[in-house]
Design a protein around this ligand. Sequence first.
Ligand code: HAS
Ligand code: CU
Length: 551
Amino acid sequence: MFNPSAKLKVDRRDGKLAMAHFFVAFTALAIGGLAGLLQTLVRSGKFELPAGIGYYQILTVHGVVLGLVLTTFFIMGFQIAATSKTSGTLTNKQRIAGWTGFWLMTAGTVLAAVMILLNEATVLYTFYAPLQAHALYYIGLTLVIVGSWIDGAAIIMKYAEWRRKNPGQPSPLLTFMSLVNTMMWIVATIGVASTVLFQLLPWSLGFVETVNIGVSRTLFWYFGHPLVYFWLLPAYMAWYVVIPKVIGGKIFSDSLARMSFILFLLFSIPVGFHHQLMEPGIDPAWKFLQVILTFLVVIPSLMTAFSLFATFESFGRSKGATGLFGWVKKLPWGDARFTVPFIGMVAFIPAGAGGIVNASHQMNQVVHNTIWVTGHFHLTVATSVVLTFFGVSYWLIPHLTGRILTKAMNKLGIIQAVIWAIGMTFMSGAMHAAGLLGAPRRSSYSEYGGAAQAAEWIPYQVAQAIGGTILFIGIILMLYIFINLAFFAPKGEQEFPVGEAADEAEKAPMVFENWKLWLGITVVLILFAYTIPFIDLIQNAPPGAKGYKLW
Ligand code: HAS
Ligand code: CU
């Protein structure tokens, strides 16, 4: 479909709103990256933290600041820019919602961060009960969630306005995708908001003595799995819509892209049990059902892989490529906007395969609670997703600040991604290997009383520290590029690339915009997968747990 706004620049005021999000995101990268470096050094056994700072405190900073803060702020900023670009400038009301959400999220982040720094909330990013944090930490998290809803309302309002003004027309693809991700986020965060508000907060304030751990963890993972797709879908937005334009090709199919996003909305949430396969109190039949649903949610990722290969191959062939892999040579390897996310895509192949291992109940027994899982998510979120976000930054930040990505910065961007890939190969590779040997995750350095098995892990932990150090160099480079693009790069016009679909002439079926239908099915699937297990967890609960501060 013809989309007149595709030619426009993002309005300066919307640009400011998006940039505000990016400043918080990249500050988080600096702090979280440093914490990560320190962790790998501690676990190598050759370094101790100064001034009595605890390993678990640093680990909490790392997980919260990178897993929750960097991602949420970057994603909200990106989605606002993408919606403004493809559906037109936000109205004042929408922009006010955006800023209100942004400031609430920022206030909540600062509050939670202060509590972690005061060592009052060393509960890791999953904040599992019975570890008990200071009430202000939970209040901070609540503000972040509520803020993100208000921020997301800007996107929902813009979408509704577009549909009103363009009756019978499918919405612009990037707006559609931002909307799906926002709705998925809202449905998912209801779970974590419930455990924080109704269980953890009253318990940490002393209003109730004990907490039902099974219920709390189940509510957490009801949110925790869609959380990882909330990180992934913006990367998919870039892979489906931006990358084809950057390479000079076409989106393989607009309708296929929409369908894969709808499948994510349907199947992302009723799958949280794949994080709880080893937990008591949940009937195996329900675990089995949620594992089946997990394998269903793999399908839209396979569709994405197919669609990307199709885009790359048809582009290559249009440039005269022949043979099975001739198209590889035709891709624009010198362009950071392509190469950096591409490295992310390649990483997603082993990353996704590892996920399928995790989701397989029997194999989960081998890897659960080992550092294999940490290796898995450093490939998924910390490579595929984060490298794509870096690749997006290289054009989006100059687009918003009225600057350009210079040749030198472009080159540095590619070097950054190569350094990242090398560092991550060491770190994540060693984590996967050590995990298979039984090395635990969420655990500081220990020789476990000289146990022979633990001695086997140590060389891998040294390799992790080498990888972590290389990654830290990558972070410094990224921060340097960010500061350049935000403040110092030459003034100019950097394009916001929005691809056109090869099937442009065929209008995407309007059924994709039928939210009553899709949200209805989402709710039915959630109720089906969770109602009876929740009743079980409440009716047959063991005595509640008192709070512990083990740090
Ligand atoms: Fe996961 C644990 C299962 C995807 C993140 N995951 C985690 C945790 C995180 C995380 C953070 O079933 C730890 C949570 C904690 O602290 O405890 N995960 C899966 C499955 C998938 C999956 C089945 N995970 C992700 C993504 C994440 C993420 C995405 C973040 C962004 N994960 C699990 C399970 C656990 C788990 C269990 C619990 C483990 C335990 O015991 O605790 C799937 O969605 C993966 C599907 C992906 C694919 C790959 C498709 C490939 C594509 C690339 C194409 C490439 C091209 C370029 C075109 C099937 C799209 C190539 C070109 C060339 C020339 C080669
Ligand atoms: Cu999951």
